[in-house]
Design a protein around this ligand. Structure first.
Ligand code: ATP
Ligand code: MG
Length: 405
């Protein structure tokens, strides 16, 4: 891949979503302690705090946090999508990489935000819909190829969710240093309904299991990857192809085994999930360090290897952190807020991915015939315009003649 010219430094965008309180939490007597204060600020109150206890007041663990954007139970799926992800699309179709990932404790709404439901579709489908719309709007001048793959990382192994019978897949680095999943199914489709069906089907293949905290808890990290190749319709002997890669990631929950009452197999999974999440946390810590010269160990897990570019390289990246508003989740919420707060310091360097394709001599005849057609089309257009102009000039002369008589 050729260097796409100037690279621009960009800060990670961090959004925070507080989901609505649920029946189970209310049943436990939980109160709401996480509030959105304004479009960017969130405050987490200490549930142990007694407002009348003056002595403890200055030891308060109440804390406010600023993010690029904050959402609470009033935010619709569309609002969350528009304010976090929609802005990435134009870049992706013209050769820039982008990543959106959902982070947070189990049961806090990551899958809801990314996949959503049939009635309240999430970021995956909204993004793909708009992506295809944007492609259609520019398809007079540009030609596109869109490829989509959907995979999960479960127990540090990669499975193809569109074709699970392929077994476990490996990560490979191609000659340009881009990490690829070897042998993954890539589908090209531009029908939104078809895609939603594929995703829903893929999601059924995803390893999920009820835990005490979430009855449809994702036990794996799910990754939807969309690759868009754009080239000009006007052919040339060498042609520039722009390649944009978009990752949309629904992580497994960061959780404590005690909270989910996991035992046996589930407990082992937790350790693996946490290996990837721990590695992600370590990378985020190292990357957010001021000065940025701390060693970043991407090789510690599959997730961080795959996300190398998204975190420290060439990608516009958005993190959507999720929390519950309930007093019973205070510790998880505080950890997540601290983590997300740290991620704000991460910077990536964004540049366009350009690929130069040289056509083989055997293809020249087809290029020449395409160019001839294009010349013919333009000639006809000129003739048509010339004729129109002549007509309007003639009518002007007639007017003048009329005036003279
Ligand atoms: N903003 C929201 N509005 C309405 N319902 C929500 C919202 N967020 C989450 N929920 C509901 O809460 C439950 C748990 O959400 P979800 O499965 O998305 O959590 P998760 O973060 O993916 O958890 P896990 O890490 O265990 O996979 C689901 O039933 C989901 O529909
Ligand atoms: Mg989930």
């Amino acid at each position: 891949m050729k260097d796409g010219g100037e690279s621009k430094e960009q800060q990670l965008t961090v959004a925070l979503r507080i989901r609505p309180i649920n029946e189970a939490e209310l049943g436990e007597g939980a109160t709401i302690i996480a509030h959105k204060v304004d479009e960017q600020m969130v405050v987490l109150m200490d549930p142990m705090e007694d407002p009348d206890d003056v002595l403890r007041a200055n030891r308060s663990r109440e804390k406010s946090y600023m993010f690029d954007v904050a959402f609470d139970y009033t935010a619709t799926q569309d609002t969350v999508y528009r304010l976090t992800t929609k802005g990435l699309i134009e870049g992706v179709i013209s050769g820039y990489n982008a990543t959106v990932f959902a982070y947070g404790p189990t049961g806090c709404g990551k899958t809801y935000t990314m996949l959503g439901t049939d009635w309240e579709p999430g970021i995956y489908i909204r993004t793909l819909n708009d992506l295809f719309k944007a492609i259609e709007e520019t398809s007079d001048d540009m030609e596109y190829e869109v490829l989509m793959s959907y995979m999960e990382i479960y127990n540090e192994m990669i499975r193809d969710l569109l074709n699970p019978s392929l077994g476990y897949l490996d990560l490979r680095e191609d000659s340009k240093g881009v990490i690829q999943v070897a042998g993954i199914t890539e589908v090209s489709t531009i029908n939104a309904k078809e895609i939603m069906q594929l995703l829903m089907k893929g999601n059924k293949q995803r390893t999920q299991e009820p835990t005490a905290a979430n009855k449809t808890s994702s036990r794996s990290h799910a990754i939807l990857q969309v690759t868009v190749r754009q080239k000009s319709r006007v052919k040339n002997i060498t042609q520039e192809v722009r390649v944009g890669r978009l990752f949309m990631i629904d992580l497994a929950g960061s959780e404590r085994a005690s909270q989910t009452q996991n035992r046996g197999q589930r407990m082992k999974e937790g350790a693996h999930i946490n290996r990837s999440l721990l590695a992600l946390g370590n990378c985020i810590n190292a990357l957010s360090e001021r000065g940025g010269n701390k060693y970043v160990n991407y090789r510690d897990s599959k997730l961080t290897r795959l996300l190398k570019d998204s975190l420290g390289g060439n990608s516009r990246t958005v993190m959507i952190a999720h929390i519950s508003p309930a007093s019973t989740s205070f510790e998880e919420s505080r950890n997540t807020l601290t983590y997300a707060d740290r991620a704000k310091n991460i910077k990536t360097r964004v540049k366009r991915n350009l690929l130069n394709v040289s056509y083989h001599i055997a293809q020249y005849t087809s290029i020449i015939s395409d160019l001839r057609k294009e010349i013919q089309r333009l000639k006809e257009k000129i003739d048509e315009q010339g004729l129109k102009q002549l007509r309007s000039e003639k009518s002007d002369i007639r007017n003048i003649q009329g005036d003279c008589l």
